[in-house]
Design a protein around this ligand. Structure first.
Ligand code: GLU
Length: 487
């Protein structure tokens, strides 16, 4: 049996679109499920779109999500070079051969003239297909002219007949050859277009499965005609559905949030992103949603790739990210959370203790600075925060709770463990004939000034330390006294 070989063939655009990363993942899984090879090829023939550092973004992304390629520009392999701009002489050779075989011809038409015709057709509302007169020039004449004139190599499509192929996801696709346009294969600057380089490379690199976005579905018959002219085997095609922002809009750079780097910046974990995108347009047989890469390799099945567009649901990713954060050991969480804690905490508190209260309640790391900002400074808050209907806390009860806490905590000498704090605070409800919540709610309110906080009164008091805790309780007492006086 032939070894499965898939390739990820990104154009270096300067960012990793989530849809592209999803394609890379599917390519990786298809190969690895069968113990095959996953190849990285850089498609940089569009020199106008060259972006400095863009290739590094591709390497870094693949590395950070653990999609290791077996061959590629940085790791080598038997089928290199793996960067298209380094393969130019080979494309030229194949293009000339294709002309000999009748699958293409040299074209001397001026781009402006073609553009004019296109515009005219557009203004009349007719769909435009260039009927290239150059395909009727004799081979001898054309060969002479290419010596002195600027030219492109254009695909020759014989009129009549149909071309079909079977896509693994979309099934049989059939097109009338008359609708296929005679695309440029080699530009006048000697660079191939995607239409050509892709075919030559996939063949040269023994790619068995071509996995790519379904926007290429309608051009694939055209590519197959080239394979046929050369007498090459046509690869297995796996066209995948697009990743959408919503029913109508594709996830695009312009809409924001489309790139892997943006998501990482927002505090999503590479492993959670990878897990989430595996489920975009693919579904496992079971209800399981959390997968390691190893598990995905085992269960991945091309047959379960869907034809329907996949909608990128940021809430679902957020949920999944939270699952990953909670599952990791506290030391790792601490290390990841540290820079975010440092953004808003500048007091010498025990960051590990803060990490411990954050871990069970954090879905994205980027939410951390805001959720622990009260540690540095008690915010201005409204007294209404003291009122909790269910716990029956009124201003009077809150004041009583804070005063009793103030006395008890002032006497407490040992602040080093949460346990002593716990014993003192939970001793109060009995003494005062109050419910636990009637003590803890006002205390937490007084020391944080916020309605929602990670951690409860005891954990937070422990983190803040004795002086700060008592200072904030005193502020609370004063606020409540004023409130009651004016009532
Ligand atoms: N360079 C193409 C792109 O980035 C690759 C498409 C393919 O995988 O064939 O869209």
């Amino acid at each position: 049996m032939t070894k499965i070989r898939t390739r990820f063939a990104p154009s270096p655009t300067g960012y990793m679109h989530i849809g592209n990363l999803r394609t890379a993942l599917f390519e990786y899984l298809i190969a690895k499920h069968e113990d095959g090879d996953f190849i990285l090829r850089i498609e940089d023939t569009d020199q106008e779109r060259f972006v400095e550092g863009a290739v590094d973004i591709i390497y870094d992304t693949l590395k950070s999500v653990g999609l290791h390629h077996d061959e590629g520009p940085d790791v080598g392999g038997d089928f290199g070079p793996y960067i298209q701009s380094e393969r130019l002489p080979m494309y030229k050779e194949y293009a000339d051969r294709l002309v000999e075989l009748g699958g293409a011809h040299y074209c001397f038409c001026k781009e402006e003239d073609i553009e004019k015709q296109r515009k005219e057709a557009e203004s009349l509302g007719i769909s435009f297909k260039y009927d290239d007169p150059c395909k009727h020039i004799s081979k001898e004449e054309a060969k002479q002219r290419i010596e002195n004139e600027s030219y492109v190599v254009r695909q020759t499509i014989q009129h009549g007949g149909e071309t079909y192929f079977d896509d693994e996801v979309y099934g049989r696709i059939e097109v009338d050859n008359n609708v296929l346009d005679e695309a440029i294969l080699m530009k006048s600057d000697g660079y191939p277009t995607y239409n050509f380089a892709n075919i030559v490379d996939d063949h040269q690199m023994n790619i068995t499965h071509v996995v790519r976005g379904n926007e290429y579905l309608s051009s694939t018959p055209k590519y197959n005609l080239i394979y046929k002219s050369f007498g090459w085997d046509i690869p297995t095609y796996v066209h995948v559905p697009p990743v959408m922002k919503d029913e109508q809009h594709k996830l695009s750079k312009r809409n924001g949030d489309a790139s892997f780097q943006d998501l990482v910046k927002k505090g999503y974990l590479p492993e959670a992103i990878l897990n989430y995108i595996a489920l975009l347009g693919w579904s496992p047989e079971t209800e399981q949603e959390i997968y390691t890469l190893e598990e995905l390799i085992k269960v991945f099945d091309i047959k379960r790739i869907s034809k329907s567009p996949a909608i990128f649901d940021i809430d679902k990713l957020t949920w999944m990210n939270g699952m990953y954060l909670r599952a990791m050991d506290i030391q790792k969480f601490y290390e990841l959370a540290k820079p975010y804690m440092e953004e808003s905490i500048h007091r010498p508190v025990d960051f590990m203790a803060v990490a411990k209260i954050l871990q069970p309640r954090t879905d994205v790391l980027a939410s951390i600075p805001e959720s622990v900002d009260f540690i540095d400074e008690l915010p201005e808050y409204d007294n209404a925060l003291y009122i909790h209907k269910k716990m029956k806390t009124t201003y009077e009860i809150a004041l009583k709770a804070l005063q009793a806490t103030q006395t008890a905590l002032t006497e407490l000498q040992d602040w080093t463990s949460e346990e002593t704090l716990h014993d003192v605070l939970l001793g109060l409800p009995k003494q005062l004939e109050m419910k636990n919540g009637q003590i803890l709610w006002p205390v937490r309110t007084a020391i944080t000034g916020k309605q929602f906080t990670p951690g409860g009164a005891i954990e937070i008091a422990h983190i803040l330390g004795k002086d700060e805790t008592l200072k904030r309780i005193a502020v609370g007492i004063e606020k409540l006294q004023k409130e009651l006086e004016t009532a």
